[in-house]
Write a protein that binds this ligand. Structure first.
Ligand code: PRX
Length: 629
């Protein structure tokens, strides 16, 4: 395996090589895979259009590299361990051979239903093995998967189905989440009343709850797989053929479909998985994310399977049946690398050590964090009580758009510093720029985080709207990819992500646009205008605060209830405001722009540091809001 970093000396040499000869560097790694035809050109790029192409001329199928490639050497090794919601239920272990067979079989179901290369398939599913199988089955036949997190509402699902023009949807009768069940098929049916593009629905039986099956449109998974054989040759894909779309929130408008393509994504997720987790043959690795997010795509499915790892996938939630569930699961499977989000760590930390004490965690070698800034207290607790002060914490900074981890410690090699994602991984060239776009060379500074050279798994486009991709990421600072994050670089050159500088908020590691939540709130008849901001929240990282102006005599209690319900209906429970205040006006500039900065300061308890208010139209509003909050 080339360019795996094992020492500080390695890191320096490999990093330098990756910057000086990026094409040779990535070609070295790419050559470890099975190609149907090798590439002609490693990289072609410009960031102004943007146009980025990796491994052009190459042909491959990512599932041959995730599955077929391992059959001879580790066909009987467990590929996926599935831990059910209820710990009393039986886990499922699928070997590489079995997974290969199930993927091929379901790929044949998709084909039988008329799905062809390039068609989009939407997956709205619980965390069950069929989700991983369906993702890979799409890739097997060259269909583009669009996984929608199963916590999103019918409206949010319909928007995503329509934007991608998916012709087939895969869902389940219901899903288990702790003590609750969610009627996924009913939600899907609601969505499907607004999605003319969908021809077929395949339904996995999970909860066995009653649901409607529409004749000629809806089919049961188990009946369909019984009618096809388990041999499905992998479709030949060009390196730059689309692999998947994943919707994510931005500062304006509806969520956008981030597009990832085949070869670059494969090379990058594999390489970063190996480096950041220092995965060794036989290790058991667990990422607790949901496959509905990029973390699950890259580091439950693709990265680990490309590496021939054993990857755990869990259906449940961290606090059910009790707050020891993560640690019980780590103990049960002797997990060696564990990867989770700061929100989960903070929530479990708050429950107390009695939930950690009963379990043996001594198989752990590396523990990871992703999705949001990890505060120092949570870092220390994770390090001391979960890692027993023996396991390096990899605080990995990356994004849906980056496809894979970008800035992260490499365990036992590069330095650790609580709350710092530390150093760029080989091949990644981050930089900090000023508001004016000037690159800041020195250390001990803060700036806007950009990346100035392409990496294989970077966003290629936003589905159906290339201009939007260009505007959002490549127009702010010429020749650079702009991340949307503010960042500090300390005296030693270590990076610490401060948080978003745009109107994106990060609630429990879930990314939401404030405009999306405002649009939902504005649907209410009594609402004239609203402004939504994120404020510091002890467990969730950021909470959602909505300031609303209403036109009617409506009781505050009723409005609170109805607005929360409305947001849940429009987006999903993850977007439900934590706090709502009815105000008579919003702080605006003379040109009518809402000064969210002022609302953020007030909601963060920093009302004494409002900064320059000279452009503010009506200062009395600020006083009113201060007294309300
Ligand atoms: O603000 C950063 C934050 O999460 C954003 C990306 O969100 P998403 O696309 O949903 O992907 C999350 C999983 C990769 C970033 O712009 N973020 C992600 N990781 C970290 C982080 N903030 C601080 N530290 C991190 N390790």
């Amino acid at each position: 395996m080339k360019h795996i970093v094992k020492s500080w000396d390695d890191y320096q040499k490999i990093y330098q090589y990756s910057v000086e000869q990026p094409q040779a560097f990535w070609a070295d790694i790419a050559s470890e895979f099975q190609w149907k035809k090798s590439w002609d050109k490693v990289l072609e790029w410009n960031f102004s259009e943007p146009n980025v192409k990796w491994f052009q001329g190459g042909q491959l199928n990512i599932t041959e590299n995730c599955l077929d490639r391992h059959l001879e050497s580790r066909g009987d090794q467990v590929a996926i361990i599935w831990e059910p919601n209820d710990p009393k239920d039986q886990e499922i272990k699928l070997t590489y051979k079995e997974l290969h067979q199930k993927v091929s079989q379901f790929a044949n179901v998709l084909k039988k239903q008329g799905v062809q290369k390039g068609d989009r398939v939407c997956l709205y599913m619980p965390m069950i093995p069929e989700l991983a199988i369906a993702v890979l089955a799409c890739a097997r036949i060259g269909a583009v998967h669009s996984v929608v997190f199963a916590g999103f509402s019918a409206n949010a699902l319909a928007d995503r189905i329509n934007d991608a023009e998916a012709k087939l949807v895969i869902t389940a009768d219901g899903s288990f989440r702790g003590a609750k069940t969610i009627a996924l098929k009913d939600i899907t049916d609601d969505a499907l009343s607004h999605t003319p593009c969908v021809e077929t629905v395949i339904v996995v039986e999970r909860t066995k709850q009653v649901c409607q099956m529409q004749e000629g449109r809806d089919y049961w998974w188990h009946e369909e797989v019984a009618s096809v054989d388990a041999d499905c040759p992998a479709e030949t894909m060009d390196s730059e053929d689309m692999l998947f779309i994943l919707y994510t929130s931005g500062s304006t408008g509806k969520p956008k479909g981030v597009v990832h393509t085949t070869a670059g994504y494969m090379v990058y997720t594999y390489y970063t998985f190996m480096n950041v987790f220092q995965y060794q043959e036989g290790d058991v690795y667990w990422c607790s994310a949901d496959i509905g997010w990029i973390t699950g795509h890259s580091y439950i499915i693709y990265g680990p399977l490309l590496a021939g790892a054993t990857t755990v996938m869990s259906e449940g939630i961290p606090t059910w049946p009790d707050a020891g569930r993560y640690w019980a699961t780590c103990d049960k499977y002797k997990v060696n690398q564990f990867y989770t989000a700061p929100t989960a760590i903070r929530a479990l930390m708050a429950k107390g050590l009695e939930y950690v004490a009963p379990y043996r965690l001594d198989a752990l070698k590396v523990i990871g964090s992703v999705g949001e800034p990890i505060n120092e207290e949570a870092w220390e607790w994770y390090h001391k009580y979960i890692g027993k002060s023996q396991c390096p914490i990899v605080d990995t900074w990356w994004q849906t758009e980056t496809g894979g981890m970008m800035i992260s410690p490499i365990p036992n090699v590069t330095p650790l510093k609580p709350t710092f994602a530390t150093l760029p991984l080989p091949g990644i060239q981050p930089c900090l720029v000023t508001q004016e776009g000037k690159e800041i060379e020195e250390n001990g500074v803060e700036g806007l985080l950009c990346v100035k050279y392409p990496w294989p798994s970077m966003i290629r486009t936003t589905y159906g709207n290339h201009e939007r991709c260009k505007q959002v990421y490549f127009s702010m600072f010429e020749g650079k990819y702009f991340t949307g994050d503010g960042c500090r670089r300390d005296e030693d050159g270590l990076y610490r992500i401060i948080g978003r500088v745009d109107d994106v908020i990060n609630v429990s590691g879930h990314r939401l646009g404030t405009a999306e939540v405002e649009n939902a709130i504005n649907e209410h008849d009594a609402v004239v205008e609203s402004a939504v901001i994120g404020y510091p929240h002890e467990i969730k990282g950021q909470g959602i605060f909505a300031f609303v102006i209403v036109n009617d005599e409506i009781s505050e209690q009723k409005l609170q209830k109805e607005l929360k319900e409305l947001v849940v209906k429009e987006i999903g429970p993850i977007a439900k405001p934590d706090r709502l205040a009815i105000v008579s006006g919003l702080p605006k500039t003379r040109s009518g722009k809402i000064m969210r900065r002022i609302l953020r300061k007030i909601a963060s308890g920093e009302a004494d540091q409002l900064g320059d208010l000279s452009t503010l139209l009506d200062p009395s509003i600020v006083e009113e809001i201060k007294s309300l909050v």
